[in-house]
Every structure is written in C-alpha cells, then in structure tokens.
Design a protein around this ligand. Structure first.
Ligand code: COI
Length: 375
C-alpha cells in the first residue's frame, strides 16, 4: 500500500459509544484530500484533520452539481481486526461515476489505498458492536469558480469517515415500500447508473410522499413505461418468485451497480439458487403475489446491507410479503454477508482487506498550512 503524508489533528473528538449509533451524524478526526487541476492532473494526496472547506459562492459544483460519491464500510471483527469490504469494486465504481459526470479519472489503486490509509489513521473509530461499522464516504466535487455550463477544470477528491449503526430504524425488521408510477428517478440515457448527487436530490419529493403515507421507501418504476422495477429507495431490489431470485438488470443504464447486489448474486449462485437478472414488471409482481409465488422481497445496499420488505403498496393494492416477516433466504443472505464482513467466516471470494496500523512512512508530519486544500 502506498503511504500518504499525514497531519495529525491537534485535538481528538470524543467518540460516541457503539450503542445507539445512527447513520452519518458524527465524523472522525481526519479526512483524505487530493486535488486536480488541468495540466497538473491529480496531485497532493494527503491525510489532514477533519474540517470545513472554504468554498467560493461561484464554485461550479454549487450550481450545476458536478459531483459524485460512493460509500463503503470497514468492520471490526470479534478478533479485533478491521476489514474493508470490497474497496476495489467501490473504487472502480467511483471512476465509472466520474466518467459519466465528465470528471477526470482517478487511479483506482490510489483510491483504494486512500480508504485503507484513512481508516488506519482513525481506526480507533471503528465500532465493535455487531451491526455497526465505519462508513467511508469518498466524494469528488468540481471546484472551479465560474457560471458557464461546462466541465470544471479543477476538482477535489476527499474521503470522510463516520461510525454508523443500522441505516433504517427498522434494522433487519421488514420495511414497507410504495411503488410509484407518478415519479421517476432515472431514464435510459440518463445518470441512473452513476452515484451522483442529483439522483439523490431527485428522489426526495417522492420519498416524502411515501413517508407521508407511512412507507419507509419508494419502489421506483422505470422512467419510460412506468412499469418495470428500478431501485428501491437507495438500494437495489431482489424478489424471490417461486424457486428463483429475480432482480432488474444493469443493462439499460438506469440502475446502480450495487456492490451488495453483486455480493448477494454471487452467494446465491454459490448456494445453487437460480438467479435471473431481467426486467420485472410490477404487474408480474402483483400476479406472483396473488398466486402465492412471491415469497420474499428485499433491498440490497451498502448502508442497509439486506433490508427485508414486509409490505408493498401499489395504487390501491397492499401486498403483504411472507406475513410481514423476514424471509428465510433474506436472513441467510444477511447472515452470510455480515459474517464475511466481520471476519467470522471464510472469505472465499477475497472480498475483505485487513487494515493495519499506520507505519512511520504514513505519519510524516506536513506543515499545518497544508491541512486545507486550495480551491
Ligand atoms: C448505499 O447503501 O449504497 C447508499 O448509497 C446509501 C447512501 C446514499 C446513504
């Protein structure tokens, strides 16, 4: 792993206890930063004390949202060791998002090393309790100050860390979701497959409507026909219909290539369970429910891991799934993925990477002035 210069925080914050951790509300002592300028490329990677950036009001990201992010987790196992889960895949996805937003590519090895190096510096912050983790949020924003609409010539890559508990209040208890044909999050040819700020802004209005009706999340239908399942809230969706697990395909470019989605599909294949990546019509879902063949449904995502769906609303229909309880396969997937993440079982696919305490090369001090990246 490559080393990065580190400026240590003069003052350490008080870490919250593992009990009652929520999602993304407290941040650790350090962050990783690196800047890009046309002609110079990406340069000056470093770890510095966590702190605010100074941003010009004309900074283009504030106006046109040329911004991407990703999200992954580090876990502390019962053995006390800290493991990163599939950092390489998250780094590759961040680059795909960059490409779609006309952001110059980053070196994926450097990105993966930035996760490991930052977690190593702040490893006291990785909580120990099962179902907690240290969430890693790499982000790239355009930083040139101008109001024309074109790709920026300057960027900032930064990574921050937050100790987290379960994403949903419900934890692994089933959530209620509402399928909507009134709002869409993505269309073919759009940015649905990118993890970009605008997709999340576009989800808020429908999410608020669903919440007002007592639902936890929106089940998005495709933007063209308003019929085929897309994503659920911030997650990918999977259904067990008969003996097969079906999930919408990535091929039309509207769905995020979820790392937990990929992990779940791989485990299902390992277990000899039939999987199909194909368009799933909401009418097929209604029909399967009527026929008693829709036995389980769950969302997959880094934040929530596996989130069972206990009820699906669509128009006037209310479909209860598996009696509103967590299904057997849903639970098996949750247990298998989290066991790998916490190092409690054999990691047959090599998905985890151990994070080690920083060595001397990582901790050479930088002058204090280097702690805030220039924009
Ligand atoms: C994920 O679970 O992968 C997410 O992206 C959730 C995040 C937007 C909070």
């Amino acid at each position: 792993m490559q080393g990065f210069p580190v400026t240590r925080a003069a003052q350490r914050k008080t870490r919250p206890s593992d009990d009652g951790l929520r999602f993304g509300e407290v941040f650790t002592d350090h962050m990783f930063t690196m800047v890009y300028e046309d002609g110079l490329g990406w340069h000056s990677p470093r770890i510095v004390p966590y702190g605010p950036f100074e941003i010009d009001p004309a900074c283009c990201v504030l106006h046109y949202a040329q911004a991407v992010f990703d999200g992954l987790k580090a876990f502390r196992g019962a053995d006390g060791q800290v493991r990163l889960f599939r950092g390489d895949r998250h780094a590759a996805r961040l680059n795909r998002s960059c490409d779609m937003l006309c952001i110059p590519p980053l070196d994926p090895r450097l990105v993966e090393d930035s996760f490991a190096a930052l977690v190593a510096v702040d490893q006291d912050w990785v909580p120990s309790k099962r179902s907690t983790a240290l969430y890693i949020r790499p982000t790239v924003i355009a930083t040139e100050n101008f109001l024309g609409v074109r790709p920026s010539r300057k960027y900032l890559y930064y990574v921050i860390l937050t100790p987290v508990g379960p994403y949903y209040r419900e934890g692994l208890n089933p959530v209620r979701i509402l399928a909507t044909d009134q709002h869409v999050r993505a269309v073919p040819g759009g940015l649905g497959a990118a993890k970009t700020a605008g997709n999340y802004a576009a989800s808020l209005y429908a999410a608020r409507e669903a919440e007002q009706q007592g639902y936890t999340q929106v089940l998005w239908l495709d933007g063209q026909h308003r019929e085929f399942l897309d994503e659920v809230g911030t997650m990918n969706i999977m259904l067990r219909i008969g003996d097969t697990v079906v999930t919408p395909p990535l091929s039309n470019g509207t769905i995020l290539d979820g790392v937990t989605r990929d992990s779940a599909l791989q485990l299902l294949r390992d277990w000899g369970i039939a999987t199909e990546e194909r368009p799933v019509s909401i009418h097929e879902v209604e029909e399967a429910h009527r026929a008693g063949r829709l036995t389980e449904m769950w969302g997959t995502g880094t934040a929530a891991v596996i989130s069972p769906v206990g009820e699906l609303g669509f128009g006037s229909a209310r479909m209860t799934i598996n009696g509103g309880r967590t299904g057997e396969l849903t639970q098996r997937l949750y247990d298998a993925i989290t066991s790998i993440q916490y190092g409690a079982t054999n990691d047959a696919h090599g998905w985890t990477r151990l994070v080690r305490a920083p060595d001397r090369a990582l901790t050479d001090p930088l002058p204090e002035a280097a702690s805030v990246p220039a924009m």
